[in-house]
Design a protein around this ligand. Structure first.
Ligand code: IPM
Ligand code: MN
Length: 331
């Protein structure tokens, strides 16, 4: 049966890279029915819609959402991020952000292969806090971090379940338990309890600052990393930088309970400076589409798509998409 995909090309290079991703999915022989949603900064500037509840409810009926990138320089920071991207993550309960990293780090000769599982609905992203006496010398701003036992546990359990499907069978918790003693303790205790359910899985703990060193100097130590929302955000940019660059970095926002669609997007932004130049690398969007195929149960096709992205193709946006599609259709 055809998979029903909601497509949000978004702003900037988003629509360009998504067009290539859809081309590649079809070349892999996967039957999809796409419905386009015009959302993002440009849409907001036109008529004020960011993501209305009725649009959100329409999105709930799809099997998956494929998103290019959102954000334009003319809209203040946070408006589209909170109103569209984070609203989808929260409202669709996309509690796992899964970002795979395979590549050869600068100065290394062999490839690493690890996945970051980032909690995607809590932490500082919840928006707890506020501001007082704004614009005065006595301004006060607080920004808290929300960590629930339920939210932490389901994310950690997902990481262990994923590790049990992998060869190395290892999970590293990354946090900052030496400073964030309340949330860090919740994460560490929950991690230890869940680990007991998975006796075959090895475990480790790294502080997030040390993990930054290991990403660069010894990425081989990692198989699955599980971490909080903000640490995961920062670490996954570093992960991209040591794995061939942001042009290859894919991302899945998952609702593993499948109470609604999951959302797949490249890690990169809308890059308004290169729109229409053909410089955007669609590989990250194509690899994100492969993650989508995995989640839709099309694992063989997902593997074929990943295989077709190797060796890395150089060229313009459409040249790269065409070359990967041609490898798949055997032309
Ligand atoms: C990401 C992005 C988002 C995040 C922004 C755009 C809200 O950086 O997906 O990593 O911080 O999660
Ligand atoms: Mn980020």
């Amino acid at each position: 049966m055809a998979h029903r995909i909601a497509v949000i090309g978004g702003d900037g290079i988003g629509p360009e890279v998504i067009a290539e991703a859809l081309k590649v999915i079809r070349a892999a022989g996967i039957d999809i029915i796409t419905t386009e949603f015009d959302l993002g900064g440009m849409r907001y500037l036109r008529d004020g819609e960011i993501l209305s509840d009725s649009t959100l409810n329409e999105l709930r009926h799809f099997d998956a959402i494929l998103l290019g990138a959102v954000g334009t320089p003319d809209v203040a920071p946070g408006v589209i991020e909170r109103g569209l991207l984070l609203k989808m993550r929260f409202e669709l309960d996309l509690y796992v952000n899964q970002r795979p990293f395979i590549g050869i780090a600068p100065g290394k000769t062999k490839s690493h292969d690890f996945i970051v599982i980032r909690e995607n609905t809590e932490g500082p992203y919840v928006g707890e806090g506020g501001v007082l006496r704004k614009g005065t010398p006595n301004e006060v701003a607080t920004q808290g971090s929300t960590n629930t036992r339920m939210g932490v546990e389901r994310c950690i359990r997902y990481a262990f379940e994923l590790a049990s499907t992998r060869e190395r069978k290892h999970v590293t918790l990354v946090h900052k338990t030496n400073v964030l003693t309340y949330s860090g303790d919740l994460w560490q205790r929950t991690f230890d309890i869940v680990a007991k359910e998975f006796p075959g899985i090895g475990t480790a703990y790294n502080h997030v600052d040390a993990a930054c060193i290991y990403f660069v100097e010894d990425p081989y130590r990692y198989d699955i990393i599980v971490t909080d929302n903000l640490f995961g955000d920062i670490l996954t940019d570093l992960g991209g930088a040591v794995s061939g660059g942001i042009g290859l970095a894919s991302s899945a926002n998952l609702n593993p309970s499948r109470t609604g669609p999951s959302m797949f997007e490249p890690s990169h932004g809308s890059a308004p400076d290169i729109v229409g130049t053909g410089k955007a690398n669609p590989t990250a969007a194509i690899l994100s589409a492969a993650l989508m195929l995995d989640f839709l149960g099309e694992n063989a096709a997902a593997d074929r798509v990943r295989g077709a992205c190797e060796p890395v193709v150089e060229g313009s946006t459409t040249e790269i998409g065409n070359a990967i599609a041609a490898r798949l259709s055997g032309k």
